[in-house]
Ligand binder design. Structure first.
Ligand SMILES: *Cc1c(COP(=O)(O)O)cnc(C)c1O
Length: 352
């Protein structure tokens, strides 16, 4: 079995790349910021551009401290390893990224169990959480951490409301559990809800932002929390090989994204709404109404699987991703314009 990615067919360019918001390329302004970055030794504490980014993200998220890591997956795993010990249990939505898409890392790295909670749109209620809490006894695993995803990726890019989050955090804290937010697309939620990110994350003990999704940086994510937590988390950053050297070039790209790309997310959301409206007009396709930049659709009514639909689109220069037999995802980002959305809808109609 090979787990290596298949080499992309470079002879067939993806003219309209709706595969993921991770596929956007660094802009000219971002590359310029990277070239001009002052750098040092990140793991030795002497890279000024990394400190600038971490200070800025800590303030943005209303936390005391932050650390720069290569990826969102590493943010989740460093946080889980710092919050939990082997044998502990994490409560998260059953479709959570830590559950489905991180290679079993919570079990492999920290030795924790993840218990999946159900609920619509990738979210669960305070009542569902309360029902999953067991009396403390030597029989049951210590329940240490509640994890929430903002926005909920497989939940259709849906936004947790601040009230919903606060209710869940209240239950968690009352039972002595910490709350961790996977904020891969937290800034999409902040823009869509019109609420500062620090208000959204207020009752989360730890939270991270991904810079390689809608924000368009080539690499990097930042994990934030208390000074004590981040201090302890540094051991796991080191252990997992996430301590960097001249990380400032990448940090500068992330800082550039915070300054220049957050406001552009609203355009991605408008493009997602337009794509959803257009796709809903195609016979046989049903579309989940998007709240942010992710558009999930169902191909069952066309008789074509999501994979068959995606394969035909690929031949026509449009890339979408496949979630399961009938469900697919189209994702809006910096490199997709409103005109490209119209063209994609026309191509999709042709394919069906
Ligand atoms: C992409 C993603 C991650 C992982 O981030 P990487 O930077 O790709 O490692 C984690 N959680 C969610 C919800 C994501 O969408």
């Amino acid at each position: 079995m090979s787990y290596a990615p298949k080499r992309f067919d470079f002879s067939l360019p993806a003219r309209i790349n709706l595969y993921s918001d991770t596929q956007s390329k660094p802009t000219a302004g971002m590359k310029d910021a990277m070239l001009r970055a002052e750098v040092g030794d990140e793991q030795g504490g002497s890279d000024p551009s990394v400190w600038e980014l971490c200070d800025r993200v800590a303030a943005l998220l209303g936390k005391e401290a932050a650390m720069f890591l290569p990826s969102g997956t590493m943010c989740n795993q460093v946080a889980i390893a710092t919050h939990c010990r082997p044998g502990d249990e994490i409560l998260a939505h059953e479709d959570a990224h830590i559950q489905s898409s991180e290679g079993g890392a919570p079990g492999a790295i920290t030795g924790v169990m993840v218990r999946g909670l159900s609920g619509p749109r990738g979210q669960f209620s305070a009542e569902t959480l309360e029902d999953a809490i067991r009396p403390v006894s030597r029989y049951s695993p210590p329940q240490k951490l509640v994890e929430v995803e903002q926005t909920a990726n497989k939940g259709g890019g849906a936004c947790w409301s601040v009230a919903g989050l606060n209710a869940v955090a209240e239950v968690a804290h009352r039972h002595g559990m910490a709350v961790h937010m996977d904020g891969a697309r937290l800034m999409n939620a902040a823009v869509a809800l019109g609420v500062p990110a620090s208000d959204i994350a207020e009752n989360c003990d730890t939270v991270w932002l991904d810079f390689t999704k809608g924000l368009g940086a080539p690499l990097g994510a930042v994990l934030a929390g208390s000074t004590e937590f981040i201090g302890e988390a540094w051991r796991w950053k080191q252990r997992l090989g996430g301590s960097m050297r001249q990380g400032g070039m990448n940090a500068a790209a992330c800082t550039y994204a915070l300054t220049n790309h957050v406001d552009l997310l609203a355009q991605d959301h408008a493009n997602a709404a337009a794509l959803a409206r257009g796709m809903a007009q195609i016979q046989g396709i049903t579309v989940e109404t998007p709240e942010t930049n992710l558009v999930f659709f169902d191909t069952k009514g066309t008789g074509m699987t999501a994979a068959a639909f995606a394969g035909k689109l690929r031949q026509a220069g449009v890339m979408v991703s496949v979630s399961d037999t009938w469900r697919g995802r189209a994702c809006l980002h910096l490199d997709v314009t409103a005109a490209m959305v119209d063209e994609a809808v026309t191509i999709m109609r042709g394919v069906v």
